[in-house]
Structure formats: structure tokens, C-alpha cells
Design a protein around this ligand. Structure first.
Ligand code: DAH
Length: 339
């Protein structure tokens, strides 16, 4: 019996010291020390042994039981330490350079210019208005003194939706909407998208942005127009701007005017951008035509007003020296991420 116990001890020793995982250790523990384990069974049966064998087997059996339990504990610790040592080899450099998250979303240069313009005009007492892209033919043309079959309609190539509706070719129809809704005196600007049915090239797009302005009050004259234009253009271009007016044909204003600004690149000395003239053509403007006022039931004997309309791309292109309008809607990230 004694011999058998010593063999059990040796076998257990080999099994425990060779085991490489916590799971096998638990299996060995159950095998020897579990409820029906080898050693447990021997000790349970001590009572049936011969009286002289009882103390020897009992004592030795218990010693081996403790020995096995301790050895398992020891081996378990060894395995743990080995695992930690391996984990330590896996080294993390917390000072390592990481790539900054890339923030690619930002305002399009057209939008930031629009917001800047809105701020400038709000400071001068203007309200910001919007109108629909799909516009009544009446507002886009007729109410603006562009009668049916008049050649002036051909000036703006139009996307017709049906007989009475167009994609607005300019922001001017919102003048009509504003005059119908607001009681004079008032001042509004209208930034927004407009559409023209035309072939694209470096300076023409089928979809672009305009900013319309309208001021209605008593005794409005060209000098109010000149002052307002000079103030906002100097603010947006961060430069003292000189303006020049010459006649232009727009049926909804009388007189109709083309506004030119002193060249921001050469200060009127003449360069390739102003085609050596010293001035750059920028927008249409004028005094609101009496017929337009009559159309919306504003008495031209009492009120008068000025209006202007300009392309936003043109201004951004000047500011950033962009040479092709098609970049704005081209969707090329190399273009938009520059701003
Ligand atoms: N709507 C005109 C266009 O798109 C621009 C314009 C000219 C607007 C004169 C005006 C104006 O308000 O007074 O060509």
C-alpha cells in the first residue's frame, strides 16, 4: 500500500510539472483530489484497512494530498508568470505619433462668401430672403417687365418645366415676392441658386449663385445705390473700391446700369485680369422700374427703390483667382479642400 502511494505521488508530480495550462491543472486536481479522485478514495477506505496499516496509510496519504495540492498551486503560479512575461514583450509606445483625424467637411467658398455678404447687409438693415427654385413664369419674367414674346426673354436661356413654370433664371423674381409680402419701406437681399439652359465653358455654368438686393423707400436715388454698392464691395474685398456705372439693359430697372469696380489686382493701372482697362464688370443694377412697382401695387409716385443682382461665383473667382467656373460644382476634392 505504501508502495502504491509513492507511485501515485511520483505520477502526480510528473503530470503536474509537465502541464502547460490552467485547464490541465484543474483536470489533474480532480483526478487525484476530487470527490472520487484516486487519493480521496484511498483515504476514504482507510477505515477498512488492517489496524496496523491504518496510521501509516492515513498519514502518508494526507501528506501526499497536501503535497499534490501545493504542487498544483506552485505550477499554476509558474504558468501565470510565464504568461505575464510574454505579455510584457508586447510593448506599446504611448509616445508614438498618431495621425490626426482628418476634418474634411467645411464650407464651400461660395457658402462662406454668401454668409459674409449676409452679415455685411444685415448690418446695413437688410433682411435675408429666399425664394423657390421652381418659379412661376409670371414672376421670373412678366412681373419683371419682360413680356411674352419680347426678345429680352432670350437673354436668359431657360429650363421650362411646363407652360407656366421655369427653373428660375435669376434671383430677381424674389423681388416681386418680397414686394408683395412686405410693406415699404424695406430692404432685402436674396442669395440663391439659379439655372440657365446653356452650354458650359470656363465662365458659364448651367447652375450658379446670385445675390439679389432690393431697397424700397421714399426718395431713393442713384446715390443710395452707389453708396450701398461701394460700402459692401469695399467690405467684402477688404479694399477701398471705386465704382463706375454705365448704361445696361435690364427691363425691370430704369435706368438700367452695369456696375464696374476698380481692378483689385492692379489698382486701375491695367493688368491681364481687367484686360488693361483698370475696371472689372461685376453686376447689373438700377432704379426699380415704375411698371414693376405698379405690378405689385406700390405707388411709384410715393415710393422708389434700387435693385442689383450679381453672380457669386464671379466674386469668389476674383477673390481667389479661380479661372474656371466649372470647378465649383465639379466635386473635385483637390479644389474644395483648398479653402
Ligand atoms: N437678374 C439680372 C440677371 O440675372 C441681374 C440684375 C440686373 C438684377 C439688374 C437686378 C438689376 O436686380 O437691377 O442678369
Amino acid at each position: 500500500m505504501e508502495e502504491k502511494l509513492r507511485t501515485i505521488k511520483e505520477e502526480a508530480h510528473t503530470e503536474i510539472t509537465q502541464s502547460q495550462s490552467e485547464t490541465t491543472l484543474r483536470e489533474i486536481e480532480i483526478k487525484y483530489l476530487g470527490r472520487n479522485g484516486i487519493l480521496t478514495s484511498i483515504l476514504r477506505n482507510v477505515k477498512d484497512l488492517k489496524p496496523e496499516d491504518k496510521p501509516i496509510v492515513g498519514k502518508l496519504g494526507n501528506e501526499i494530498k497536501i503535497y499534490i495540492a501545493n504542487l498544483i498551486e506552485e505550477q499554476s503560479k509558474k504558468l501565470q508568470n510565464k504568461k505575464f512575461a510574454e505579455q510584457e514583450k508586447e510593448w506599446i509606445d504611448i509616445s508614438a505619433y498618431t495621425l490626426e483625424p482628418k476634418i474634411t467637411g467645411h464650407l464651400n467658398p461660395l457658402t462662406s462668401l454668401q454668409y459674409e455678404l449676409e452679415d455685411i447687409f444685415k448690418n446695413m438693415g437688410f433682411h435675408v430672403w429666399e425664394g423657390p427654385y421652381l418659379e412661376k413664369e409670371e414672376y421670373n419674367f412678366t412681373a419683371l417687365n419682360i413680356p411674352q414674346d419680347h426678345p429680352a426673354r432670350d437673354m436668359q436661356d431657360t429650363f421650362w418645366i411646363d407652360k407656366n413654370h421655369v427653373l428660375r433664371t435669376h434671383t430677381s423674381p424674389v423681388q416681386i415676392r418680397a414686394m408683395q409680402s412686405l410693406k415699404p419701406p424695406f430692404r432685402v437681399i436674396v442669395p440663391g441658386r439659379v439655372f440657365r439652359y446653356e452650354a458650359t465653358d470656363a465662365s458659364h455654368e448651367n447652375t450658379f449663385y446670385q445675390l439679389e438686393g432690393l431697397m424700397i423707400d421714399k426718395n431713393i436715388s442713384i446715390s443710395h445705390l452707389i453708396y450701398t454698392m461701394k460700402t459692401f464691395l469695399s467690405a467684402i474685398l477688404h479694399k477701398d473700391i471705386e465704382i463706375r456705372l454705365r448704361p445696361g439693359y435690364f427691363p425691370f430697372v430704369e435706368p438700367g446700369l452695369e456696375l464696374e469696380i476698380s481692378c483689385i489686382f492692379c489698382d486701375k493701372k491695367g493688368c491681364s485680369i481687367c484686360k488693361h482697362g483698370g475696371f472689372i464688370e461685376l453686376m447689373g443694377c438700377g432704379l426699380v422700374h415704375p411698371d414693376v412697382l405698379k405690378y405689385v401695387n406700390i405707388d411709384p409716385e410715393v415710393f422708389s427703390g434700387f435693385a442689383f443682382g450679381m453672380g457669386l461665383e464671379r466674386l469668389v473667382m476674383l477673390k481667389h483667382r479661380i479661372n474656371d467656373i466649372r470647378y465649383f460644382l465639379g466635386g473635385d476634392l483637390r479644389f474644395v479642400t483648398q479653402f
